[in-house]
Design a protein around this ligand. Sequence first.
Ligand code: ZN
Length: 153
Amino acid sequence: MWCIAPIELGEVVIIWGGKVWTHREIEELAPGYPRMATHICMVAPGLFLGPIEPQHLATDLDTSEVVNHSCRPNLGVQGQVVLVARRAIAVGEELTYDYETTDTEGMWFECRCGVPECQGIIDGQSWKRPEWREANAGYLSWNVLETVRRAGV
Ligand SMILES: [Zn+2]
């Protein structure tokens, strides 16, 4: 998803909607709807925000559903479903957010974002590192903050 008009720091860019699915439901639907395993956002342990109807993911995706990951993102999550600008964003820049700022399970891929601070393997475990939490302070979802709180780290 690309920026088509200048965005100011703190501006609301995306508010996700949909339906909350269980991990089991997603596993059952993923063979027929592969994007059910990838185009979702974790909102609590074992629970993921996804489309209201899985067949939606087999057709046209809403632009808010195709925000790529970056380890130096220009968007950050507030709460669970609001994405705001972490800095001013110029026309033509790709809009990105750090998937690990929302998801702590059910994710694994090798990041190729290319920034010096790239996490490499994106597996939802960066919350365990204090320096990562500090770098993303103010942009961690309730799910990540709750995971940190429960782990007592
Ligand atoms: Zn990266």
